[in-house]
Design a protein around this ligand. Structure first.
Ligand code: UD1
Ligand code: UDP
Length: 370
C-alpha cells in the first residue's frame, strides 16, 4: 500500500502547540502516512520552545522571521520559499492551522500547485475582517481554498455550512489544543515565580494582537495597574510576547510596580500550569480563550470581538474591549464580587474531549484513500 504524503505547515507558537500533537498522531501511523513537517519560522524563539517540548524536528524550515516584519514580508517570504518545498516533496495533502499569515500563504501556495489543503481549526468567525486583523481574513481565505475542514465545534461547522461549504467535507473534531492540555497540567507542579505569588490572588496577563498595538495596549496596561494598585492581595505575572512594540508599551506603563512581574515567554507546560494556578486571566489571545474554560479560569478578553463564542456561552469568557474604563470596571468587579467570580469559574469543555488529532488522522486517511 502506497503511503500518503502529508505536509503539516506551521510557523508561530500557537500553531505549533496545536499542530505538534497532530504531527505525533500522524507519525504514529507511519504505515499509512509519510509526514513531512515544514515550519516557516514566522516566529523563532517562541516556535523553537514548542518544538523542543513536543520533540518535533522540522524537515524544512523557511526561516522567514525578521524583526519588525510586516504582513507583506511574511506573506511574500512564505509564498516564495514554500514553493520549492512543495515542488520537491509533491505531497498528497498540505495541512495548515487556524488564522495566521503562515497558514494563509502556505494554503495559497498549495492552491497554486493544486495540492489539496486540510484546514485544522476551520470555521471560526467574527465576520469582521478588521477584528482580529488580519486573522479573520486569513481564516476565511484558507476556508475558500480548503478541501477538508476540521472544525473544532458544532458552531464552527455551522459557520462553514452558512458559507455553503460541502457538509461531507466538514469534520467536527474538537480542538487539538485541548489534546495538548491533557498532558501538560501536572499535580505538584512548582516554579519560583509561583512561589513569589504564593498567598496572593495571581493574575496572569498576555497581550499581543496587531490591532491592539499602540494606544489600545497602553490603555489595557493602565487599567490593569490601577486595579491592582488598589488591591494589595493581588500579584500578576505577565509572560511577555517577544514583539518589541509590545515590550516597549508594557515597560512604559508597568515598570516600577513591584507586584507585577514581566517575564520572558513561558514554555507551554509552564504556561498551562500557571493558568491552572491563577485566579483569573487577562488576555487578547485566541488559544487561551480555549484552554481557560477547561481549567475553569475566568478570562477577561481585551478585544471587541471573539471568534470563540462557545467560551462566552459557557460563562468563562467575558469580552471587555480595550477601553481603559471598561477594563478597570470589569476587572475590579471580578475581583470584588465573589458571586460573579464563582459564576465565571465553572470548568466546562466546549472545545472537545482531547481526542481531536485521532479524529483528524482518521478522516484524512479515509478521504485520501477515497
Ligand atoms: C502572530 C500571528 C497571530 C498570532 C500570534 C501568536 C499573523 C499575522 N499573526 O502574530 O495571528 O496570534 O502570532 O503569538 O500571522 N518575535 C520574536 N521572536 C519570536 C516571535 C516574535 O522576536 O519568537 C518578534 C519579531 O520582532 C516579530 C514580531 O515579534 O517581527 C511579531 O511577530 P509576528 O509573527 O509578525 O506577529 P505576532 O504578533 O506574533
Ligand atoms: N502560551 C505559552 N507561553 C506563554 C504564553 C502563552 O506557551 O508565555 C501558550 C498558550 O497556552 C496558548 C498559546 O500559547 O496555547 C497562545 O498563543 P498566543 O497567545 O501567542 O497566540 P493566539 O492563540 O492568540 O494566536
Amino acid at each position: 500500500m502506497d503511503k500518503m504524503k502529508v505536509i503539516p505547515v506551521f510557523g508561530t507558537r500557537p500553531e505549533a502547540i496545536k499542530m505538534c500533537p497532530l504531527v505525533s498522531e500522524l507519525k504514529g501511523r507511519s504505515e499509512e502516512f509519510e509526514t513531512v513537517v515544514c515550519t516557516t519560522g514566522q516566529h523563532r524563539e517562541m516556535l523553537d520552545q514548542v518544538l523542543e517540548v513536543f520533540d518535533v524536528e522540522p524537515d524544512h524550515d523557511l526561516h522567514v522571521m525578521k524583526p519588525g516584519q510586516t504582513l507583506f514580508d511574511i506573506t511574500s517570504d512564505v509564498l516564495l520559499r514554500i514553493k520549492a518545498v512543495f515542488e520537491e516533496e509533491r505531497p498528497d495533502a498540505v495541512l495548515v492551522h487556524g488564522d495566521t499569515t503562515t497558514s494563509f500563504a502556505a494554503a495559497l501556495a498549495a492552491f497554486y500547485l493544486q495540492i489539496p489543503v486540510g484546514h485544522v481549526e476551520a470555521g471560526l468567525r467574527t465576520r469582521n475582517l478588521y477584528s482580529p486583523w488580519p486573522e479573520e481574513f486569513n481564516r476565511q481565505a484558507v476556508d475558500v481554498i480548503s478541501r477538508w475542514y476540521f472544525a473544532p465545534t458544532e458552531t464552527s461547522r455551522q459557520n462553514l455550512l452558512d458559507e455553503a461549504k460541502p457538509s461531507d467535507r466538514i469534520f467536527v473534531t474538537g480542538n487539538t489544543g485541548i489534546d495538548a492540555l491533557r498532558t501538560t497540567v501536572l499535580e505538584g507542579y512548582s516554579h519560583p515565580e509561583l512561589d513569589w505569588a504564593e498567598g496572593s490572588r495571581l493574575i496572569l496577563i498576555t497581550a499581543h494582537r496587531r490591532e491592539n498595538l499602540g494606544e489600545p495596549m497602553h490603555r489595557m496596561f493602565r487599567a490593569i495597574r490601577r486595579v491592582m494598585e488598589e488591591r494589595p492581595d493581588t500579584k500578576a505575572i505577565y509572560p511577555i510576547h517577544m514583539n518589541p512594540q509590545v515590550r516597549r508599551a508594557a515597560h512604559e506603563e508597568l515598570d516600577g510596580f513591584d507586584r507585577l512581574r514581566i517575564i520572558d515567554p513561558l514554555e507551554v507546560v509552564d504556561f498551562h500550569n500557571f493558568m491552572a494556578r491563577s485566579h483569573l486571566i487577562l488576555t487578547d489571545s485566541g488559544g487561551i480563550q480555549e484552554e481557560a474554560p477547561s481549567l475553569g479560569k475566568p478570562v477577561l478578553v481585551m478585544r471587541d470581538t471573539t471568534e470563540r463564542p462557545e467560551g462566552v456561552a459557557a460563562g468563562t469568557l467575558r469580552l471587555v474591549g480595550t477601553e481603559e474604563e471598561t477594563i478597570y470596571r470589569e476587572f475590579s468587579r471580578l475581583l470584588d464580587d465573589p458571586a460573579e467570580y464563582s459564576t465565571m469559574s465553572h470548568a466546562s469543555n466546549p472545545y472537545g474531549d482531547g481526542h481531536a488529532c485521532v479524529r483528524i488522522a482518521q478522516a484524512l486517511s479515509k478521504e485520501l484513500r477515497g
